[in-house]
Design a protein around this ligand. Structure first.
Ligand SMILES: [Zn+2]
Length: 118
């Protein structure tokens, strides 16, 4: 989020003000978006992508629920547990990098994702 103008959400059109609200960066730190496509992928709020947001389980994150086929309560519990661990850690990582100074973009992702790119 180094751009002064900020980025607009592709879903609701609002400003994505903080990195911990960014679906793009969340997917980047968990390894779903690679560094090369980071700047060409559209931005949106985490909450505007509920199928991913529902996997964040953190007291500081207001729980998101999904209506329909992608509701995590209808998915395989083992898959859900694994995905929750990953996405929750990713979100906590975003909160962390927001407060770290001088970190390069390549240092943002979770350790196992960084290893993959190294
Ligand atoms: Zn939005």
């Amino acid at each position: 989020m180094q751009c002064e103008e900020g980025y607009l959400c592709d879903v609701c059109g609002g400003d994505v003000e903080n990195i911990w609200e960014s679906d793009l960066y969340l997917r980047y730190v968990i390894g779903e978006v690679d560094p090369e496509t980071l700047h060409t992928t559209r931005e949106r709020h985490i909450r505007c992508n509920p199928t991913l947001a529902q996997f964040i389980v953190d007291p500081e994150f207001e729980q998101v629920t999904v209506a329909g086929d992608f509701d995590k309560r209808l998915l395989d519990p083992a898959f859900v547990a694994q995905k929750q661990r990953l996405v929750t850690r990713g979100w906590q990582r975003l909160k962390e990098v927001a407060h770290l100074e001088g970190l390069s973009l390549l240092e943002y992702p979770l350790p196992e994702v960084r290893e993959k790119y190294a």
